[in-house]
Design a protein around this ligand. Sequence first.
Ligand code: C2G
Length: 138
Amino acid sequence: MKTVITYGTFDLFHVGHVNLLKRARSLGDRLIVGVSTDEFNLNEKGKTTIVPYEHRVKVLASCRYVDLVIPEHSWQQKIDDIRKYQVNTFVMGDDWQGKFDELSALCEVKYLPRTQNISSTSIKQAMSVLLQLNRELQ
Ligand code: C2G
């Protein structure tokens, strides 16, 4: 059993997330996804999400490429997770290139190319423009 793990917020689930999860899953027999809790996002990444944690978990659990969803509470938990789940490969998009190289002492570390021209932030920005236009047309 070859286990792959990745972590993220996965707010406003979009095709960039799907592509990452599909490619990560293809590297093994099961894919574990650590979903950032709302507290972790706020306190450690300084970001708030549109979609609350419980809903983001349900969306990911429904994805065909995801076998197990766990909470991401801290930056440090990756080492314990890799050991607990006997992870073979740790995967992140290459916007994180080099940031987790220390994990290569425990497992393979792979950074995959991000999907261009889409992000949760750009979706949020587009939504706010549409909401503003709508208010102005009222
Ligand atoms: N991603 C991607 N292409 C995009 C957008 C995101 O490949 N267009 C990837 C990111 O590189 C990441 C994953 O999808 O590997 C989840 O992205 P985010 O939800 O933005 O995760 P992030 O906020 O970067 O949190 O401990 C790691 C952090 O929790 C990662």
